[in-house]
Every structure is written in structure tokens, then in C-alpha cells.
Design a binder for this molecule. Structure first.
Ligand code: PLP
Length: 397
């Protein structure tokens, strides 16, 4: 039996996984071009060019860039007139911004459990939480797998709710051939350093509605209006602009996205096939209506009942020791953060979210961008850790 690296044995690999973000002389040339243009700010023409190209890539008519993928959510809510007294339905499995954006505009986030198979917001549970105050929902395309937009859009239409798609994990993903961010009133994307498409920081809203696009742009640009005077301000706005530098890098980065998605999809297929026979680990379930999964995260579920006493953290630490970068993921659903525990009266009735936090961990998109040889090492490491998993159980006193 091979000894686990975490217990002092030899790791499966010590070689680093794919360098990310990827860049070459094209990114460098784009940055030099901005430098020499002396137009470094948010009105550099590359900003508008990127907004158009990115929106079109996702099948949306308009793109409005902003400082990050948190203020994009806030700006979308503001543009839709969501505010104090309103409720917004959000999943408890997401980054905190999905819920805090709602609080930042004075509305209340209402947590709806996830579907245990997809880890996306469960449409069957959404209806139960709709009240006379509900104005909108923010489904997250978690890990890069689009949420069930057929059901969510139907529920939204039946109840007069706005839909803001949180696409921060899902650049380039699609649902039945429709790009994410093109189905709800708004799509919101992040270009923060950890995301599949990045300029270090940044974000964008997409929409098909010309009026919403104008309002969102105005909110992010000091309340200006298109065609208005520089010192004319028609509404309360702020400065959420990105810089010319970011747009220049994003334009080049976007040209690589399709190939990167295909590499991640190939690796995901390989991992899913190779790990399909395992008892202790379950590979991700993909809804057959998903036409492109962006694999921001490759979710693996640890079936803890198979090895009593084995924790997700112990398993993940063992895999990391074998040289495989992976994350134990969220420690608990969003509503268990102090922010909510102290200030909100929440019923913690999201059993699937609780289970997921106890059992699901993930490989990051950098790993998913590696060559097939490296992915084979991932399989070797997972099988090795599983084989010795009983050694990872801390005896209870
Ligand atoms: C990263 C992320 C955000 C926030 O984006 P920032 O650019 O970091 O502000 C919002 N929602 C989700 C689901 C995210 O993963």
C-alpha cells in the first residue's frame, strides 16, 4: 500500500498545475497601446468595444462594465428599482456578494435551498418563498453550470419577478444554446482575479433591454445620460467605471475563452468517466439541457456515510498533500455568516445546502485547464486517497 503524503508518504506530484491567467505578447501589446493612447480611463474606446464583444458573445444586446461583480449586482437591482421593503430570492450556496448586494440596496435576501443534484437554486422551492414583497430572484449559475432557466423564468413570469443571473462562475456557459446573461433582465459577471475570465478586478452587466441598459450605465457613470452634457446628471449615480487597461486585457483574454472552455470540458468528461465507478466520491451531475458548462469549479461529493468519521476537510488536505490543488469549498451556507445570524430572522430550512457544505469540495478552473497527463495524476491521487481513507479518520474519544 502506498503511504499517503499527508501521513509522510511520497506525493503523487510536486509539479505546479497550469499557470493562470494565461498571457502572451498580445496582452502586452494591448497594454502598451493603452499606455501610448494616453486615454487610461473608463472612456477609452476599448471599454465600449469590450462591452459590445462580450455581450454579443453571450447573445445579449448590451454590456455595461463596472468595477467588479458585486457592484454590478447592486447596479442591476438599482436599475430595476428594487430597494427598501422588497424581498429578493437568492441561493444560500454562492459567494457572499449575491446576498449582500441585496442588503446594500436596502432589500432583504430570502434564501431558497439548492437542488441536491446540480447545486443550483431549486425552482421547486422558489414558489414557497414568494410573498407580496418579492420583486426579483438572483439565480447563480453555480460552478459554471447554468441553473434551470426554463423553470425559473416561468416562475418569474407567473409572479411578475425580475431575474438577475449571477454569472460570476459562468463566462461562456449556455443553457439550451442560449448564453448565460441573455435570459433574465440582467446578467452579472465578475472579472476578479479568481474567475475564468479576469483583468484582476472588474465586472459587467448584460441585458437585452435598451432602457435598462441606459439606466444601469447611468448608475455606473455618475447619473449621466447617453448624449447628455458632461456635467448633466439625471439620477443618483456613482463612479463604477473600469479602466482602459482592464478592457484591453479583457479583449485579449476573451479571445482565448472558447478554447479554454473546451479544454476544461474535455478534462471534465475524462474525470467524470474515470471516477464514475467510485463509491466514496460522486462526480457532478450535469443537466442535459446545459449546452456549455464553463467548469469554473469541478465539484466532487464525498459520500461521508461510506467511511464513518471521515470529514471533507481531512479528505481535501490529503489530496492537497498529494500535490492536487483543490478547495474544501464553503464551510456553511451564506445564512450562517455572522452578518445574517445577528441581523435576520431566518429559518434554516435548506437541508441540501447544509449537506453540500459538509460533503462537496472542488477542483479549481486552473486544474481543469491542465493537459490530460496532469488530469491523469488527479485521478491517481483521488484513487490513492480513497484507498487509504480509513487512515484519515480521527478516532472519537
Ligand atoms: C466572485 C463572485 C461575485 C463577486 O464578484 P467580485 O468581482 O469579486 O465583486 C459575485 N457572485 C459570485 C457567485 C461570485 O463568485
Amino acid at each position: 500500500m502506498q503511504d499517503l503524503a499527508v501521513l509522510g508518504g511520497k506525493p503523487v506530484t510536486t509539479e505546479a498545475f497550469a499557470d493562470f491567467p494565461v498571457y502572451d505578447e498580445r496582452d502586452e501589446a494591448a497594454l502598451i497601446e493603452v499606455l501610448r493612447s494616453r486615454q487610461w480611463g473608463g472612456y477609452n474606446p476599448k471599454v465600449k468595444e469590450f462591452e459590445e464583444v462580450f455581450a454579443e458573445y453571450h447573445g445579449a444586446r448590451f454590456g455595461i462594465t463596472a468595477a467588479n461583480g458585486t457592484v454590478t449586482l447592486e447596479s442591476a437591482l438599482l436599475a430595476l428599482g428594487v430597494g427598501p421593503g422588497d424581498e429578493v430570492i437568492v441561493p444560500p450556496i454562492s459567494f457572499i456578494a449575491t446576498a449582500t448586494a441585496v442588503l446594500r440596496v436596502g432589500a432583504a435576501p430570502i434564501f431558497v435551498d439548492i437542488d441536491g443534484m446540480t447545486s443550483n437554486m431549486d425552482p421547486e422551492r422558489v414558489s414557497e418563498k414568494i410573498t407580496s414583497r418579492t420583486r426579483a430572484m438572483i439565480p447563480v449559475h453555480f460552478a459554471g453550470q447554468p441553473a434551470d432557466m426554463d423553470r425559473l423564468l416561468a416562475i418569474a413570469a407567473d409572479n411578475g419577478l425580475f431575474v438577475i443571473e449571477d454569472c460570476a462562475h459562468a463566462h461562456g456557459a449556455s443553457w439550451r444554446g442560449r448564453g448565460v446573461g441573455s435570459m433574465g433582465e440582467f446578467g452579472s459577471f465578475s472579472f476578479q482575479a479568481s474567475k475564468n475570465l479576469t483583468a484582476g478586478e472588474g465586472g459587467i452587466l448584460t441585458t437585452n433591454d435598451a432602457e435598462l441598459a441606459e439606466i444601469a450605465w447611468s448608475v455606473c457613470n455618475q447619473g449621466r445620460r447617453t448624449g447628455g452634457e458632461w456635467y448633466e446628471h439625471v439620477r443618483l449615480g456613482t463612479n463604477y467605471r473600469i479602466t482602459g487597461w482592464q478592457a484591453a486585457v479583457l479583449l485579449v483574454q476573451l479571445s482565448r475563452l472558447r478554447d479554454q472552455i473546451e479544454t476544461r470540458q474535455r478534462n471534465a468528461r475524462y474525470l467524470s468517466d474515470e471516477l464514475a465507478d467510485l463509491d466514496l466520491i460522486t462526480v457532478p451531475y450535469i443537466d442535459e439541457r446545459v449546452t456549455d458548462h464553463s467548469y469554473y469549479l469541478f465539484l466532487l461529493n464525498l459520500n461521508r456515510d461510506r467511511v464513518p468519521g471521515l470529514t471533507k476537510n481531512a479528505f481535501v488536505q490529503a489530496l492537497i498533500a498529494e500535490g492536487i490543488p483543490c478547495s474544501a469549498g464553503y464551510p456553511y451556507p451564506l445564512y450562517r455568516n455572522k452578518l445574517f445570524v445577528d441581523h435576520e430572522e431566518h429559518q434554516f430550512d435548506c437541508p441540501q445546502a447544509e449537506r453540500m457544505c459538509n460533503e462537496t469540495f472542488w477542483l479549481s478552473h486552473e486544474v481543469m485547464l491542465s493537459t490530460l497527463d496532469r488530469i491523469k495524476e488527479v485521478v491517481t491521487a483521488i484513487r490513492k486517497v480513497i484507498k487509504s481513507s480509513s487512515h484519515l479518520v480521527v478516532p472519537s474519544i
